[in-house]
Design a protein around this ligand. Structure first.
Ligand SMILES: *Cc1c(COP(=O)(O)O)cnc(C)c1O
Ligand SMILES: [Zn+2]
Length: 419
């Protein structure tokens, strides 16, 4: 059941320079369509391209969004003219204060909280909704830990598509409200993300809908490559030596690596070595556990952490994330919920960036990996902040608040000892 619900045949140029879907396990190729699993071995499918020679100047003259990399994505050449949120081209912040605090020589934060719905998920949704449009879907959906639902609901509203998004019912208000406001259908499922995902796979098999992370997953996943492209371009067209990425399904981490590799192959950057590191919360750390155990198989866990955007107990791309980390010489580590909160506060206090829990995980893991000697303090390092702290206020609400609450008089101010 791989060629799911593709309502119209694909049009020439609908996917730009993409030429096929290819199985990541056995390499069998399939036509571009709403397919995601190999008919031979059930392995996941990935987009493959026939990319013409590209120049830095060509990319630099493009729009200030992910669409400047349209030649490297499965989207039509005129994608930027279609209604959408135009995500990407977020800030790469030189984090000198955090670097000093952590004892790192050269540190950057790629701040994806600057995206239209305040997480990196706008990138993957941008590409997936382009594919949905080209394939003729009029309803789009997703199984989400929060940010994806947010991004799908908003982008669908802009694109004039119907959206039906599914989330665990225990989600933060900052994610349910910011999704519901766009007016699509929001289904709160009494279960965890893995239950939501199982349900959505059934729905996707039965309804003629484009689920961005199920039957459109090969396209969705390509959107994450743009994080890697932007980091390299913003560093002045070179690859960093180390990058730390949060891990939920493991897709972002693997695609940042794919992005770096592609830039090297295309001659847009020198193919210098880099190490990819993964960050998880201890309460949902199946990939970190497999890394530590030296295992190739990721054993599913039942998530229990405040880092809800990363709470995927059975990560689809877990084994591929392990491959990337091991091949590049990186590591995957996990941190406690208390450390996550400390990570959020550390980034906020040093750089004025308020990250959501996933960003706290990344900062705290970077600190831990430095202490363990796994991250090199002398190597140029990029931390990926993937979301906005305003969506996960509950995480820090117990530990931050007014310095003092005083009567509206100068006398009261003086007495409070605040000067
Ligand atoms: C979804 C998400 C991630 C992880 O994404 P995967 O590609 O599933 O590993 C990281 N950070 C935030 C804020 C997210 O919403
Ligand atoms: Zn296969």
């Amino acid at each position: 059941m791989t060629l799911l619900n593709a309502p119209t045949p694909t049009l020439a140029g609908a996917f730009g320079n993409a030429v096929a879907l290819s199985c990541r396990e056995c390499g069998t190729r399939f036509e571009l369509g709403a397919a995601y699993a190999c008919e031979e071995c059930f392995g996941p499918l990935e987009v493959v391209y026939d990319v013409p020679r590209l120049t830095r100047e060509h990319i630099e003259s493009g729009p200030q969004s992910i669409w400047r990399y349209r030649d490297l994505l499965p989207v039509p050449a005129d994608v930027a003219a279609h209604p959408g949120l135009h995500p990407g081209w977020t800030k790469l912040v030189k984090a000198d204060n955090l670097a000093r605090e952590l004892g790192v020589k050269s540190l950057w934060v790629k701040d994806d909280s600057g995206n239209p719905t305040h997480s990196f998920k706008d990138r993957v949704v941008g590409v997936a909704l382009s594919a949905a449009r080209q394939l003729g879907f009029t309803t789009v959906g997703c199984a989400s830990t929060g940010n994806l639902a947010n991004a799908v609901a908003a982008a669908a509203a802009r694109a004039g598509l119907r959206s039906v998004v599914f989330v665990p019912s225990n989600l933060e208000a900052g994610k349910t409200i910011t999704t519901a406001v766009y007016g699509g259908t929001l289904v709160a499922v009494e279960g965890n993300y893995d239950d939501v995902n199982r349900l959505c796979s059934e729905v996707a098999g039965d309804q003629p809908w484009g689920f961005v992370n199920i039957n459109l997953r090969p396209y969705y996943a390509e959107g994450s490559k743009t994080v890697g492209y932007e980091v390299a371009e913003q560093l002045g067209w070179h690859l960093p030596e180390q990058v730390v990425a949060p891990v939920a399904s493991g897709s972002l981490l693997t695609k940042v690596d794919k992005g770096f590799t592609e830039l090297g192959k295309a001659g847009l950057v020198e193919a210098t070595p880099y190490k990819v590191f993964g960050a998880q919360a201890t309460g949902c750390s199946p990939v970190a556990q497999a890394f530590r155990a030296g295992a190739d198989i990721v054993k599913p866990v039942r998530p229990d952490t405040i880092a809800k955007s990363l709470a995927i107990g059975n990560p689809a791309d877990g084994p591929y994330a392990l491959d990337v980390v091991r091949r590049t010489g990186g590591a995957i580590a996990d941190v406690s919920d208390d450390e996550v909160v400390e990570g959020i506060r550390l980034l906020a206090r040093t750089e004025g960036i308020f990250a959501e829990t996933a960003g706290g995980v990344t900062v705290a893991v970077a600190k831990k990996l430095l202490a363990e000697g796994l991250l090199d303090p002398d190597a140029e390092t990029v931390l990926l902040n993937t979301g906005d702290g305003l969506k996960t206020l509950d995480a820090v609400a117990p530990v931050v608040g007014p310095t003092a609450t005083i009567a509206p008089s100068y006398d009261a101010f003086q007495k409070a000892g605040l000067a």
